[in-house]
Design a protein around this ligand. Structure first.
Ligand code: KG4
Ligand code: ZN
Length: 339
C-alpha cells in the first residue's frame, strides 16, 4: 500500500560526508552527518581515505539516525541511497550498506541520483514546493541551470564548460593557502573584505549563453597573487571578496537570463554554493525586483546530506520508482529524465 508520508531512511556517502536521516514525508525525524576532517591537510578529498572513513563510521551513523528518530527498523517504508555521481569507493560503501539493510529487512530499495537530490532539498523547508521551477545547482562538482518540469523530468539549460563554482572557491582557497573547503572560508573572510578591490573578469560567454566558465577567473586570481604579493589579512580578505563578487555576478546574471527564457516564477538555489551568503543576499534583492519566488534549503541541507536523499526517496516512493538490488554505483552519473 502506498502512503502519503512514507517513512524513509536516507543514506549519503558519495564524497566526504557520511550521513543518514530518517524522514516521515518531508519532515526530518533525525539527521546525522559526519564531515571527514582527514582531508583538510591535503587541501582536497583523497578518494582512498574517503572510502576507508565511510566504512569505519557508517554503521554508527545509521544506527544513530534510527535511534534519534524513535522509529524502529521494521517501521521503515523504504531505504534510499545515493548511487552516483561521486567517488566510486565512497559510493560503494553507502550503496552496499543500504542494499544489505533493504535485503535483510525486505524493504523497498530506492537508488538516488545525487544531483537530483540536491534539486529537491528545498522541499525539506518548503514541503509545498512543486515543479515546475528553475534551479541553479552549484556545488563542488556541478554548476547547472536546470528547467525542472516535473519530478524526474528536466531540461538542462546550461552547464559549466570547465570548473564547477564550488571547485573554483576550493582552488582559490588552496592557492591562497587559507584552508579547505574553500567556500565557507571565503564566504566568511569576504565579510571583512572590499569586493571592489580587484576587478576580476566575469565570463558571461556571449549575451544569450546560459553556460558557465570559472577557470579563467581562477587563473586571474593566480596571476594577481603572483604579481601583487599578499601582505596581511586585510589584503587576503579584499582579494577573496573580489573573487566571490565575480562568481556571484555571473551566477545572478545567468539566473536572470534563464528566467527571461523560461518565464519561471519559482527559482531554486541548491548545492553547496547555495550556502553562500552573498549569493543569497543578491538573489533576495533580485527576486523582489523581478517578482520571483526564491527558495533555498537551510544551510545544513545545501552541502551533501542524507536528508535530501531521504526527500528524493519520499518522492520516488510516491511514484513507486523502486530499484533493483543489483544496481551498481555510477561515478559519472548524469541527470536523467524519467520520461
Ligand atoms: O554540494 P556539496 O556539499 O558537494 C558536492 O556535491 O560537490 O558542495 C561542496 C562545495 C564545495 O566546493 C564548497 O567549497 C562549496 O560547496 N561551499 C560554498 C559554501 N559552502 C560550501 N561555496 C561558497 N560559499 C559557501 N558558503
Ligand atoms: Zn553534492
Amino acid at each position: 500500500m502506498r502512503k502519503n508520508n512514507p517513512i524513509i531512511l536516507g543514506i549519503e556517502s558519495s564524497c566526504d560526508e557520511t550521513s543518514a536521516a530518517v524522514l516521515k514525508g518531508f519532515e526530518v525525524s533525525s539527521h546525522v552527518i559526519y564531515s571527514q576532517i582527514i582531508h583538510k591537510k591535503y587541501g582536497g578529498v583523497v578518494p582512498e581515505l574517503a572510502s576507508r572513513e565511510h566504512l569505519k563510521v557508517i554503521p554508527g551513523i545509521v544506527e544513530k539516525a534510527i535511534s534519534d528518530s524513535n522509529v524502529t527498523l521494521d517501521k521503515l517504508d523504504g531505504i534510499a541511497v545515493t548511487y552516483g555521481p561521486g567517488l566510486m569507493g565512497a559510493l560503494l560503501v553507502g550503496l552496499n550498506f543500504a542494499k544489505g539493510l533493504a535485503l535483510s529487512l525486505n524493504k523497498p530499495f530506492i537508488a538516488v541520483n545525487h544531483i537530483e537530490s540536491h534539486l529537491y532539498a528545498p522541499m525539506l523547508e518548503y514541503p509545498d514546493l512543486k515543479p515546475p521551477f528553475l534551479c541553479l545547482l552549484v556545488s563542488g562538482g556541478h554548476t547547472m541551470l536546470i528547467d525542472v518540469q516535473d519530478i524526474k523530468k528536466f531540461n538542462i539549460l546550461g552547464e559549466t564548460l570547465d570548473d564547477a563554482a564550488g571547485e573554483s572557491f576550493d582552488k582559490v582557497a588552496r592557492l591562497l593557502k587559507i584552508g579547505y573547503p574553500g567556500g565557507p572560508i571565503i564566504d566568511k573572510m569576504s565579510q571583512n573584505g572590499d569586493d571592489s578591490y580587484v576587478k576580476f573578469p566575469r565570463a558571461y560567454l556571449g549575451k544569450d549563453s546560459l553556460d558557465f566558465s570559472f577557470s579563467g577567473l581562477k587563473t586571474s586570481v593566480l596571476n594577481y597573487v603572483n604579481n601583487n604579493p599578499i601582505t596581511g589579512e586585510k589584503m587576503v580578505n579584499n582579494v577573496v571578496a573580489s573573487f566571490q563578487a565575480a562568481v556571484v555576478d555571473v551566477l545572478c546574471e545567468k539566473i536572470l537570463r534563464a528566467v527571461k527564457k523560461t518565464k519561471h516564477k519559482n527559482v531554486v538555489l541548491a548545492g553547496g554554493v547555495a550556502a553562500n551568503s552573498k549569493l543569497r543576499e543578491r538573489m533576495e534583492i533580485i527576486s523582489k525586483e523581478e517578482n520571483m519566488n526564491l527558495y533555498y534549503p537551510p544551510l545544513e541541507y545545501c552541502t551533501d546530506n542524507a536528508a535530501m536523499v531521504g526527500a528524493t526517496g519520499v518522492l520516488y516512493y510516491k511514484n513507486k520508482w523502486f530499484s533493483d538490488l543489483n544496481i551498481n554505483a555510477v561515478p559519472n552519473l548524469k541527470l536523467i529524465s524519467y520520461k
